[in-house]
Design a protein around this ligand. Structure first.
Ligand code: UD1
Ligand code: CA
Length: 465
């Protein structure tokens, strides 16, 4: 049986260099708060609990994060004032059960891979101290890994406390360690702040472990992105690019064809079938699913939507399902410049053309609205043809009403359908009509002023002075 893992996430720091009102760990990367990435990673390790240490903006941070899926319990502990990383972990000690391993992470380090942390936990194996380390060409500011002649780790010395010789060491502590909890608690109780920064350093536990004869092992990685923290908007943007690159690579690995992996942003979860093609500058938000053979043109923004097999979304289309979702049926053609809003449910082979807005409406198979139109709160039957410039007047200033357009109706151009109203199957509405009453199946409805034509009409001319 494996030893339970309790994760401590340090998130009490101020994040001054973000120059933002928002606490640093709530800034978003790939659509999720930085600390949420860390919590979700802990859940992927099947951790027993995640203890987030909050301080600056504690209430906002606690309200802004969510318990992960699965059995991992989320807890908060407050640290005020912030007297250092050792002091931070001291605050968590009372909620860490003695029988487990504590894995220390930071709320501002979002891209650590679960496999890397699992390797660290395996190295710890419930009885050793395991440190995640890496070599840095410029190690300025980091804690240095000091080893003895035989290569064993002796201590972590913070940059400000390090001698010239120690500062020449390029192996640094990443800020991530795994330690048997019972032992950690004993060492935390022995920390002091007699150092260059007057802080309680968590890193001092290493020298206590060595003194107690415990083996301290380093898991040295080469990929700096996995331990990179966010301190500034520039670093946030750099890690966003690194994250998006990973997402793009995973999609391509599955067979998705991206015109340019550097010009794709996924801020949620994008599920793709086979032979999906995505052109440049597309943004996906929330849960989006693309069926087999779906093609997405350049510059589309798509959120909370299901696009079924073979549908084509032409360039500059905006789809946002928000809470209700949007569904686009198989073989449909959408855009360019179309807008699908929450509750748009399109059946098979529906055509939605340029400058057409659809909201909270169902369109049955083969329905078409190709130009400059609005369909809101409408039920549209099979093969309906909805003319250019026509709109549903669905709002009377207080309430929304439905428009029902039965199968095979042709609505001419520039019509206003004043809801609630039903157009019977197979009927025709003449262009420019304002329809306020239901029409029977098979009828022609025309509701506009009759045309008057005066022959040989002389336009008024300006008088000469
Ligand atoms: C720490 C390590 C250093 C390591 C570096 C890697 C110590 C003493 N030093 O340095 O060896 O190379 O991380 O990035 O641990 N925090 C709190 N409460 C506090 C202080 C910090 O919650 O009182 C949080 C911060 O918000 C941050 C994390 O702990 O998320 C690390 O703090 P930071 O000040 O960045 O660590 P360093 O001193 O730079
Ligand atoms: Ca510091």
């Amino acid at each position: 049986m494996s030893i339970p893992v309790d994760v401590v996430v340090m998130a009490a720091g101020k994040g001054t260099r973000m120059k933002s009102q928002l606490p640093k760990v709530l800034h978003r990367l790939g659509g999720r708060a930085l600390a949420q990435h860390v919590i979700d990673t802990a859940a992927r390790l099947s951790a027993r609990s995640v203890v987030v240490i909050t301080g600056h903006g504690a209430e906002r941070v606690e309200a802004g994060l969510q318990a992960p899926a699965g059995g991992t319990q989320l807890k908060y502990v407050r640290q005020a004032p912030q007297l250092g990383t050792g002091h931070a972990v001291q605050q968590a000690a009372p909620v860490l059960p003695d029988d487990g391993v504590t894995l220390v992470l930071s709320g501002d380090v979002p891209l650590t891979r679960p496999e890397t942390l699992q390797a660290l936990l395996d190295l710890c194996a419930g009885e050793r101290m395991a440190l995640l380390t890496l070599d840095m060409p410029d190690p300025t500011g980091y804690g240095r890994i000091v080893r003895s002649g035989d290569g064993s780790v002796q201590a972590i010395v913070e940059h400000k406390d390090a001698s010239e010789a120690q500062r020449a060491i390029t192996e640094v502590y990443s800020g991530i360690m795994a330690v048997p909890t019972r032992l950690l608690k004993g060492w935390l109780a022995r920390l002091d702040n007699q150092n260059a920064q007057g802080e309680y350093y968590l890193t001092d536990v290493v020298k206590f472990a060595v003194g107690d004869g415990l083996s301290v092992l380093a898991h040295r990685i080469a990929d700096a992105v996995q331990v990179a923290g966010v301190n500034s908007p520039l670093q946030l943007a750099e890690l966003e690019r690194a994250h998006q690159r990973r997402v793009a690579e995973a999609l391509m690995e599955q067979g998705v064809r991206l015109a340019d992996p550097a010009r794709l942003d996924v801020r949620g979860e994008l599920l793709c079938g086979q032979d999906v093609e995505i052109d440049v500058n597309c943004v996906f938000d929330g849960q989006v699913a693309l069926g087999d053979g779906v093609r997405i043109g350049a510059n589309c923004v798509i959120a909370s939507a299901v696009i079924e097999a073979g549908a084509v979304i032409h360039p500059f289309t905006h789809i946002d399902g928000e809470k209700l979702g949007v569904s686009v049926g198989p073989g449909s053609l959408i855009g360019p410049f179309a807008r699908l809003r929450p509750g748009a449910q399109l059946g098979a082979e529906v055509h939605i053309g340029n400058f057409v807005e659809v909201k909270n409406s169902t369109l049955a198979a083969g329905a078409k609205a190709n130009h400059l139109a609005y369909l809101g709160d409408a039920t549209v039957g099979e093969r309906v043809n909805y003319g250019a410039g026509s709109i549903t007047a669905n709002y009377d200033g207080a309430n929304k009403h439905r428009t029902v357009i039965e199968a095979d109706v042709h609505v001419g151009s520039n019509c206003v359908l004043v809801a609630p109203v039903t157009l019977g199957a197979g009927g025709t509405v003449g262009g420019g009509s304002t329809i306020t009453k239901d029409t029977p199946p098979g009828s022609l409805a025309v509701a506009r002023g009759k045309q008057v034509t005066l022959p040989n009409w002389q336009r008024p001319a300006k008088k000469k002075p």
